[in-house]
Write a protein that binds this ligand. Structure first.
Ligand code: PLP
Length: 440
């Protein structure tokens, strides 16, 4: 199997370079990996959803090395998180600097410069010219949860609307908004009441069905939407849907909450995916790519909306200094070079997926915006979604040294680190096509 060179990352020390990928030296999983998987299975929560037994030792850029010394090309970035690639030297340096100075003091109780700097930065880069306020949390679900509470508090209304296929997190409030897979909710009810769902892409359903049959529009606090539906299948809506949501919310004083947790931070070629549709949300949620893997998330609200009093919301770790430093380094890299790389490579990624789809009848509906692209895997004879075939393709890609993740009913997502080179992307896609050919 051929390998490609790991292109030197700006500022990377050659001693740290892992070398090229893919490079498969053992049967997969290798002996050390297999042993670790056996230990994990005995102690870990059975709720984890591992598609294949990749046991990671270290990673740099788009290359991931397993514990047996096999090297993989990463086209998933830890679910669209490692925007700057794995262990980008500038992010690592920022983490090292900050952790030598201040690891924790609690942003709900005290002040510290790096948190203020990050909130100012997020206010400045989020769509809309007017002043904003920022709440920092630790994870995407907490950001959704906080925005849900804020929307009720601010509007004094109770209903929230989300969309079929959406994913906003797994804590009780965000899980109530999530409507992606039934098993994510099974056994956990009753969930938060007064949450309704509409088909993704259909504003008329809200007007003609929900507002007539379920609630009055002036009882609705917020509409939560993903500008590109992530877990639901990497679905890109028409601009008219997003603009229609903005109009509907303006008409009835409903808060439009844009969940940019997966699609934001330069992934689509713009800082935030909603910028493609020319709208300004009332609240933007950010996480995942925000700090290249350090846990942090943000609720960024237009200033008058975040009017809750001291004590209404808080968190021990939210806005942790080390995560804030990683976020500032990440944003600087995304703004200065990576957003442009996503914009430049996005059309080539889509064109390659279209080519694969034209040659492989099990790979259909290629779609994408920037470095956020997806395909569906179907049974070639019937055209029906084929989850088993998808699993074989994911396994086959792993065996060929490429990391991919599923999405939607039978989709595969392509969300590589934004530092990926065209050569790496092409190699990864060639291996994906080989896996599809072998499986289908
Ligand atoms: N919102 C979106 C769009 C997501 O994709 C996710 C996670 O996949 C979340 C919210 C939840 O984020 P977290 O897993 O950090 O709680």
């Amino acid at each position: 199997m051929t390998t490609i060179a790991n292109p030197p990352m700006k500022g990377a020390s050659p001693a740290e370079a892992l070398g090229g990928a893919p490079l498969i030296r053992t049967a997969l999983p290798g002996p050390i990996g297999a042993g670790l998987v056996a230990r994990d299975v005995r102690v870990s929560s059975p709720s984890n959803t591992r598609d294949y037994p990749l046991v990671v030792k270290r990673a740099l850029g788009c290359v991931v090395e397993d514990v047996d010394g096999n090297r993989f090309l990463d086209l998933a970035a830890g679910i669209a998180v490692c925007a700057t690639g794995h262990c980008h030297p500038k992010v690592v340096a920022a983490i090292q600097r900050q952790s030598a100075e201040l690891i924790h003091i609690c942003g709900s109780d005290f002040y510290y410069p790096v948190m203020i700097e990050l909130m100012e930065k997020l206010s400045a880069i989020t769509p809309g010219d007017k002043p904003k306020r920022v709440l920092l949390t630790n994870s995407g679900t907490e950001a959704t949860e906080a925005a849900f509470k804020l929307s009720r508090f601010h509007t004094k209304r109770k209903w929230a609307i989300g969309f079929h296929g959406s994913f906003h997190g797994r804590t009780m409030g965000s899980l109530s908004l999530t409507c992606s897979k039934a098993r994510q909710k099974q056994g956990f009810g009753p969930l938060v009441p007064m949450v309704a769902h509409a088909p993704y892409g259909d504003v008329d359903f809200i007007r003609n069905v929900l507002f007539k049959q379920q609630m009055q529009p002036d009882e609705v606090a917020a509409i939560f939407f993903e500008p590109i539906q992530g877990e639901g299948g990497y679905l890109i809506p028409d601009a008219s849907f997003v603009q229609g949501l903005r109009k509907l919310c303006d008409e009835y004083g409903i808060l439009l909450i844009c969940d940019e947790i997966q699609a934001g931070m330069g992934r689509t070629g713009r800082m935030f995916a909603c910028e493609h549709f020319g709208i300004v949300p009332d609240i933007v949620l950010s996480a995942k790519g925000l700090a290249s893997g350090m846990p942090i998330a943000a609720v960024i609200a237009q200033e008058p909306i975040m009017n809750w009093p001291p004590g209404a919301q808080g968190s021990t770790y939210g806005g942790n200094p080390v995560s804030c430093a990683a976020a500032l380094a990440t944003i600087e890299l995304v703004e200065s070079e990576l957003r442009a790389n996503a914009a430049a490579l996005g059309p080539r990624l889509l064109a390659q997926l279209q080519g694969i789809s034209s040659r492989r009848s099990c790979v259909v509906r290629p779609r994408g915006l920037g470095l956020m692209a997806g395909v569906d895997i179907v049974q070639p004879k019937t055209g029906k979604p084929d989850v088993g075939l998808r699993s074989q393709i994911l396994q086959g890609a792993y065996q060929r040294g490429v990391i991919l993740l599923p999405c939607g009913e039978s989709g595969i997502r392509f969300c590589p680190p934004l530092v990926i080179s065209e050569r790496e992307m092409q190699t990864g896609l060639e291996r994906f096509e080989e896996a599809a050919a072998a499986a289908g």
